[in-house]
Design a protein around this ligand. Structure first.
Ligand SMILES: *C/C=C(C)/C=C/C=C(C)/C=C/C1=C(C)CCCC1(C)C
Length: 250
């Protein structure tokens, strides 16, 4: 393998393509969120910084994952989970910041973070310690354990503390925005288990023969939707409420 092999994106490799465009999109989003901080009122600046950090941390990981994939042809599982272990808790921070004005406590933040780390540690064990050739028992067991953490966050966002606090918020923009983020958790996050089930021994792998290369394809698509989309929703809340709190120009 020469450096040129690594630098040349094979034209027929959709996964290499999504690694490259994913990297570029995350980087562009980070710059956007970071510079737009200056246009929102002070109370929203931290939320936008967190949005920028989420996409920036992902961009750095994509840079390395892309090379790892091109050099080895394998799924960069460890890099992937390091990325998620940093970025998913930051998404929990976004929920906390949005509901803080309505009375969210630190304990809510910690519960969400704990559930997300549980979800990711179980998922990592499921993928990284999948026996050679794949084991259904192994992938189902850890997949189900991981889903418990996912369902907890889903519940919090739709019916639990996060949803209840958002309802109490005196801002219609926050109320609507948190609901949109809950949709991201329901639909966007559900793409990840689909990718997971494509690994050897996974249900989609054994039932339909979906190869393990699809793991990365689903993860890359889901990351772009969720990290950039999530950030844009937060951005929209911030910019809309900044505008509505400013006195109309004479
Ligand atoms: C930016 C990264 C995000 C939003 C990652 C989210 C990841 C998940 C929601 C992963 C969920 C999984 C399950 C629910 C079961 C199978 C194992 C996982 C970890 C893929």
């Amino acid at each position: 393998m020469t450096i040129l092999d690594v630098l040349t994106i094979p034209k027929d490799d959709a996964i290499a393509f999504t690694f490259f465009t994913g990297y570029m999109a995350m980087l562009a989003a980070s710059i956007f969120f970071f510079f737009e901080r200056s246009r929102v009122s002070d109370k929203w600046k931290l939320s936008l910084l967190v949005s920028a950090l989420i996409t920036f941390i992902a961009a750095v990981h994509y840079y390395y994952m892309r090379d790892y994939y091109l050099a080895t042809g394998e799924n960069p599982t460890s890099l992937r989970y390091i990325d998620w272990t940093l970025t998913v808790p930051l998404m929990c921070v976004e929920f906390y910041l949005l509901t803080k004005a309505a009375g969210a406590k630190k304990s809510l933040l910690w519960k969400l973070i704990l559930a997300s780390v549980w979800m990711l540690v179980a998922g990592y064990i499921g993928e990284a310690f999948n026996p050679e050739g794949g084991s259904s028992t192994h992938s189902v067991l850890w997949g189900v354990l991981s889903t418990v953490g996912y369902v907890y966050i889903l519940y919090a966002a739709w019916f639990g503390e996060v949803a209840q606090l958002a309802q109490k918020s005196d801002s219609a923009v926050v109320k609507q925005g948190v609901r949109t983020l809950a949709w991201f958790v329901l639909v966007g996050w559900a793409i990840y288990p689909i990718g997971y089930m494509c690994m050897p021994g996974g249900w989609l792998n054994t039932a339909f023969g979906w190869g393990s290369e699809n793991v990365d394809l689903f993860y890359n698509i889901a990351d772009a939707i969720n990290k950039i989309g999530f950030g844009l929703v937060v951005y929209n809340i911030a910019i809309t409420s900044t505008k509505s709190s400013q006195p109309a120009a004479a």
